[in-house]
Design a protein around this ligand. Sequence first.
Ligand code: F6P
Ligand code: MN
Length: 286
Amino acid sequence: MSVEPVFEAVAAAGSEIRDALAERRSYEEEQNPSGERQLAADVYADDLLGERLLELDSVTTYASEERETVERRGTAADPHHVSCDPLDGSSNLTSNNAMGTIVGVYDQPLPAPGSALVAACYVLYGPVTTMVTARDGTVAECLVENGDRTVLNDNLTIPEDPVTYGFGGRIPDWLPDFADYVEDIESDRLKLRYAGAMVADVNQVLSYGGIFGYPMVQGRPEGKLRLQFEGLPMGYVVETAGGASTDGTRSLLKRSPDSLHERSPVFVGNDPLVERLEMAMADGDA
Ligand code: F6P
Ligand code: MN
């Protein structure tokens, strides 16, 4: 079954989400299943993407960071199961910084392992709206305007010489081996860039080369990012673009979440930087 209808629906919804942001910057009473406060824009984006994706013939289930359980509709011979982070980095709406939408397409019901991914994409709401799609071994980048996509690069690959790095979590909470690793790569003349929205940070890594991650921290060994909604789709995009991903030990695509909202340390970037990270973490007590 082609994933094109999913990409088309995400691009169309992405334009509508972007247009809706200005009026939806206030917080709601509710929290999402990860215990984060929801903005009106989170709820709007989730409702719209759920509706648009579930009306496709190929999509029979929709799971989202903003919903406790998987939504089901219809049947299909060879169905797609979709995971969604409707508005990644939405706390940036307060400070008017970049945000995104992350979508994973699986051939197994969710929770599903990285090996079940057949495609993934993200939309970046930056100064312009762009969309990056990964399928069949190829990553493409498009400009999105009024729901229409114009191809900017039909074979996006991660630049070989890394330029940027950025990691989440409070630095005093980083584990010693991880802190040592960061110090080590800083001496490689990499530049710090941290957007506070995974989509923006990953797009930066794909644009310039480098590494982004949200590590394990003191008291929270599982880190912050959700494996199904954030780690797996973005790991798929970056690996398809010729980069690497890891949870600190192995490729994210080898992971299999036990539950929908499970968290995991997540790192994506140039292969040599990811490999060095795994070696640093294996050496010590982290
Ligand atoms: O979705 C979670 C998220 O907003 C990511 O987009 C981002 O990378 C991270 O959290 C930022 O977390 P923090 O505010 O702790 O830096
Ligand atoms: Mn997110």
